[in-house]
Unconditional design. Structure first.
Length: 411
């Protein structure tokens, strides 16, 4: 990838990247913080004149192409500015994943205690436009998932499964994705005659897998692109008589219907904390007596959720507007206070997500030439390279985890 982003594209797609903020004092603070962080966390910083600070090679290196721009963006925007500086080409790294792992492992202590007072100047609150009301939720989902089915097809495996795989030794990605789906369907008892609801269709692979077992599947999505892709997948499999796909908000489901099993894979992260009670209450209400719900969710530690729940991040701004990753204790609190459900089983497999993302990132890099011909240019490629590496680092470091758990009613 080239070092600079096309300014015309930045103006059209992400106009905040076109100009560098004026933040002389904050840039000075950012420069001191960069030197301190590099020394403490063990990565190098290389400047255009060849000077190196921080750890010697072979430690991961942050290479500055435009130091003044980098420091101004970071000083003005904190971690959002750090990501924007990468998007704009102000810096690169010979080991982007390794560098981001160092930062993720020490996320809570990057800013020293005596500088924490500066947080109020660069940590923004979530804008109301991203709150997951019915109107906003469709827009938030469309912002990411409706970019293009060709885009996702360029780096996902043939199942078009956009969630963590579950590996078993040397399995390849397609086999590991099927293993993940089969485990969830097994855990929720999906088989012949099962009435299954799926909240969050993706591109239809799980619905097809369940229908192949003999289940009758009702699956809903807010993404028009995913709806079309899933309809095509179901039709190719010859299962249109067993699978009903709808463009529908989960809040608009018929509460009088009952399902023997409900599954939802990495969708709760898009619900928003304010709406978690309603989401789980709905599952409780429409789950048939004796039924089981299976939820796969990315999670973070409860103390990190408490510290960041109202923070507007680079990921919100550029990748997943309105999202919030829950903690397992937060889910348990919602279940206890608002439902008759409880977690019955739980499988954590965060390292598998790190491996999944590593494979996606390599496939994405190999596809950038073809994506550019479809209009996803260098700026977009840098943005998504940062997103995938940032996410992978979260799981590699243990900052993030992923769980597949089942819910049953308490006796």
């Amino acid at each position: 990838m080239s070092r600079t982003a096309d300014p015309a594209t930045a103006l059209d797609r992400w106009p905040d990247l076109r100009s560098v903020p004026r933040a002389r004092f904050r840039a000075t603070v950012a420069a001191a913080l960069l030197r301190r962080t590099a020394d403490r966390l063990g990565f190098g910083v290389e400047y255009p004149d060849g000077h190196r600070a921080g750890a010697p090679r072979p430690s991961p290196t942050l290479t500055l192409h435009r130091p003044e721009s980098f420091l101004a963006r970071v000083g003005a925007g904190g971690l959002i500015g750090f990501g924007e500086a990468y998007q704009a080409g102000d810096w690169d790294s010979d080991d982007l994943h390794g560098l981001l792992v160092r930062l993720a492992e020490n996320a809570a202590g990057i800013v020293p205690a005596w500088l924490q007072w500066l947080r109020r100047f660069y940590v923004a609150a979530m804008p109301g436009s991203q709150d997951n009301t019915r109107a906003n939720a469709a827009r938030n989902i469309g912002h990411h998932y409706d970019l293009s089915n060709d885009l996702f097809g360029a780096f996902l495996d043939e199942s078009m499964t956009y969630s963590s795989a579950l590996f078993d030794g040397g399995q390849d990605l397609p086999a590991a994705q099927l293993r993940k789906m089969d485990r969830l369907l097994d855990a929720t008892g999906v088989g012949p005659s099962t009435r299954l609801l799926e909240i969050g269709t993706g591109w239809g692979a799980l619905a097809v897998r369940a229908a192949e077992r003999g289940a009758t599947v009702h699956t809903i999505t807010l993404s028009e692109q995913q709806l079309r892709g899933a309809e095509e997948r179901v039709a190719r499999a010859g299962l249109t008589d067993r699978v009903t796909i709808e463009l529908r908000d989960y809040r608009d489901l018929d509460a009088s219907r009952r399902y023997d099993a409900i599954v939802s894979v990495e969708m709760v992260e898009a619900v928003g904390e304010r709406y978690w009670p309603g989401y789980f209450r709905l599952i409780d209400r429409i789950l048939a007596p004796g039924g089981t719900a299976g939820v796969q969710s990315i999670t973070m530690a409860d103390e990190r959720l408490a510290a960041t729940r109202r923070t507007y991040t680079w990921m919100h701004k550029y990748i997943f507007p309105g999202g919030l990753i829950p903690s397992i204790p937060a889910i348990q609190r919602v279940l206890e206070r608002h439902t008759g459900l409880a977690i019955d089983s739980d499988l954590a497999f965060g390292p598998d997500y790190a491996r999944t993302l590593d494979l996606w990132r390599h496939r994405f890099a190999e596809a950038t030439g073809g994506l550019a011909r479809r209009g996803f240019d260098d700026l977009f490629a840098r943005t998504w390279d940062f997103y995938l590496a940032y996410s992978q680092a979260g799981f590699t470091s243990g900052y993030l985890d992923v769980h597949q758990f089942t819910l049953r009613r308490k006796p």
